[in-house]
Design a protein around this ligand. Structure first.
Ligand code: NAD
Length: 319
């Protein structure tokens, strides 16, 4: 019987799938690094979320480990290279939070356009600030999506239902066809295409991964191209935006507002915190994937990948 160590809490539906498939499960959601180093020797499968760090040191002592599964998107907490060197498979569930993040973006768009959090905070203090909260509709506005992958495409579908005109920019040329099918204008893959999107959009939303090429891809120059009434939304990764430049742009009224779910430092401190505290910023604590449905999906997707991993191995050996 294959032994699974669940080192971070995951949705019970994933655990049930593995138990039903005959795996032995040990749940240690608060396990310390030292305990993990000691216990990992007996396990064939390790399941983590973001808390547990699966370092080279852990991987080197994991004698029986065959697969590491991250019940979530990024693999930043797993030394994938060290795992590959030992022929250990690494899987994750990048598709799990797509709807959750897309819906949060729509929520942030409306919250920022209508002053929902300011109105709510004031009312809780007994203040009626109706006159300060003259908002804007989404209807008829231009939405620019930077990064037209899973989340970007899902947002496009939702925004079209609000009667927004949608522009999309990505580095993958073949996404132009997908855009056309959805009724989205694909501006292109070049720097000029990005500039067009930055200049024309009323709302700009970022959905690229954090890579050397995307780090600070929105800085002083890009912010200066945006409309004065622009709303910038970031639910991808904090490092995509130069936070110092955004802070200045918002303070000087070069763009109207921002809605941020992610920060360079989390929980935010320094410039990230100053940014979150601006009155024209709506800030949330990295809750893009924090829904019941996304968590369940992440757990069941990796459970299925673990089951498939061993069944394909059995097939390999029986052939
Ligand atoms: P995805 O891989 O499906 O899409 C990313 C897209 O970005 C791809 O189409 C890719 O071609 C494009 N891209 C890469 N480099 C680019 C560049 N330099 N310029 C323009 N486009 C570029 O990923 P996804 O599932 O849509 O997720 C997007 C990002 O959202 C993730 O990388 C992750 O960082 C973030 N995310 C955040 C949360 C949250 O809790 N806030 C949850 C899930 C994902």
């Amino acid at each position: 019987m294959k032994k699974v160590l669940v080192a971070d809490p995951i949705h019970p539906d994933g655990i049930k799938m593995l138990r039903d498939a005959g795996f032995e499960i040990v749940e240690e959601p608060d396990i310390s690094y030292e305990e993990l180093k000691e216990k990992i020797k007996e396990f064939n499968v390790l399941i983590v979320r973001s808390r547990t760090k699966v370092t080279r040191e852990i991987i080197e002592v994991a004698e029986k480990l065959s697969i590491i599964a991250r019940a979530g998107v990024g693999l930043d907490n797993i030394d994938v290279k060290a795992a590959q060197e030992k022929n250990i498979t690494v899987v994750n569930a990048p598709e799990a939070p797509t709807h959750s993040v897309a819906e949060l973006v729509i929520g942030l768009m409306i919250a920022a356009s209508r002053g929902i959090s300011r109105g709510d905070a004031a009312l809780k203090e007994g203040k009626w600030i109706k006159k300060e909260l003259l908002g804007k509709e989404l209807n008829g506005k231009i939405l620019g999506i930077i990064g037209f992958g899973r989340i970007g495409q899902e947002i496009a579908k939702l925004a079209l239902a609000f009667n927004m005109k949608v522009l999309a920019y990505d580095v993958i040329e073949k996404l132009a066809k997908k855009a056309e099918e959805l009724g989205v204008e694909f501006v292109g893959t070049t720097r000029e295409a990005l500039n067009k999107l930055l200049k024309e959009s009323d709302v700009i939303t970022l959905h690229v991964p954090l890579l050397p090429a995307t780090r600070h891809m929105i800085g002083k120059e890009e912010l200066s191209m945006m409309k004065k009434n622009a709303l910038l939304i970031n639910t991808s990764r904090g490092g995509i935006i130069d936070e110092e430049a955004l802070y200045e742009a918002l303070r000087q009224g070069k763009i109207a507002a921002a809605a941020l779910d992610v920060f360079e430092n989390e929980p935010p401190n320094g410039i990230s915190l100053k940014l979150a505290q601006l009155p024209n910023v709506v800030a949330t604590p990295h809750i893009g994937a924090s829904t019941e449905e996304a968590q369940r999906r992440a757990a069941t997707i990796i459970a299925q990948k673990i089951i498939n991993h061993f069944s394909s191995k059995e097939e390999q050996y029986s052939n």
